[in-house]
Design a protein around this ligand. Sequence first.
Ligand code: FAD
Length: 488
Amino acid sequence: KPAAAIIGAGIGGIATAVRLAAQGHRVTVFEAQESFGGKMHQLELPGGYRFDGGPSLFTLPQLVDELFELVGRNPQDYFRYQRLDPITQYFFADGTRLTAWADENRFAQEVEQKLGVPAKDVVQFLRRSGQAYEATAGTFLQKSLHKAATYLSPEVLKALSALPQLGLTSTMHQRHAAAFSDPRLVQLFDRFATYNGSDPYQAPATLSLIPHLEHGLGAYYPEGGIYAIAQSLVRLAEELGVQFRYQEPVLEILTAAGRVTGVRTSQDVYDFGLVVSNMDVVPTYRHLLPRQPAPERTLSQPRSSSALIFYWGIARRFPELGVHNIFFSQDYRREFEAIFREKTIADDPTVYVNITSGHTPTDAPPGHENWFVMVNVPHDQGQDWAALVQRTRQAVLHRVSQALGTEVGALIRAEHIWDPPGIAARTSSFGGALYGSSSNNSLAAFLRHPNFSGQLEGLYFCGGSVHPGGGIPLCLLSARIVSDLIKK
Ligand code: FAD
């Protein structure tokens, strides 16, 4: 079997390495940074605070388990997780607080009690979200959409024919506003558009299936935090003989006669029959394949949102906060107009706070918490980030301090900031976009780059910038699709 090079040790690259090693390929992963994880890295701040650097919400854990099972290992020997309950604490701008319980009925009761929306309407909405997920996920997330054979299966034809009725012509926001008269509940469900970096006022109503992932299938917390996912999979990959070469960026994908022949790195030139790029697809073409005609239409699709993150060591505990906490802005529409049309950050953005020290006490000193504080922002297009960061920091402090009735700024003992140019620099993501291209139009799923090259034999693509999209579960699925294509 041909030897395989994987460019990048992001979660998609690590999972592809495991799968190809399991198929009997000799696999080498080249990583530009000093360690693995990419967006899923971890960081430590002075004073004893540990943070997951990027992702914090974990759904579909079975996609991680199956990598261990694939090679006859017990996942629990490597990686454990528990279902989160409650999932999220919501703080609305009008002072209302709402807890999203894992149990659908309990959550619906909470909505009825706090917002006055009949519980049965919530349950019905979540059931529909589940049906939409069941009707489409198998097709749109688990197969290559770019192979003719995909369209010959009856299951796929059924999913395609269900699409119009699932909402290609209306937006997510319109779907939610039609289902609920309470603007707070509309805002709550609209937020799920941000799970793939999109705008609820533009994204198709089909994406109203996203709440099902969290409310139907469950949100999970890995023991030790999200970074444990990458750690445990790297351990498995190494046991399977995968070689990781850190601080060795790939500079060029070598080709001859219409196929890949190897890679040139910062250190050497290597022969490989297979190359899988886990690097964002835009710089893969621009930098590693400069002489290859690039698929311009695909590469020019609008980017997803990026993020501005403040990692704060906080010298107090807040029992009213959980793992996931949302502090909603007053004017949600304004926030997305700012991100997607004006390419800036609204004056009063919604704030997400992730705290893991409640579940993993070693993540902060006793009596303290580790706050990962995130705001959705546009991808980098040369904005004045220093000014935006300072302004947004004030707005964030104002919102959380007001909601919690405490001057949060006075509690900060350690701080680190990650902005879109920083995300781009550390992970090579084009513009620092978190999820590759956005899903703001109904054809987005078809316009993502395929998991293989149509021009160069032996070249494949995995990770959040290609099909089926960004986020941990979809990156893991991209690895499955790539390894299935290679096997065939
Ligand atoms: P990446 O993580 O993008 O890694 C690519 C790797 O390739 C990097 O390590 C990079 O150094 C390396 N590389 C690049 N170029 C080269 C080269 N030339 N040679 C060698 N190596 C190279 N997802 C969720 O599911 N839930 C969340 O809650 C969530 N929140 C997020 C919050 C933030 C702040 C961020 C940044 C992301 C979030 N995501 C979330 C998205 C999720 O993290 C990503 O979709 C996923 O981790 C991307 O994985 P990937 O396989 O595409 O690789």
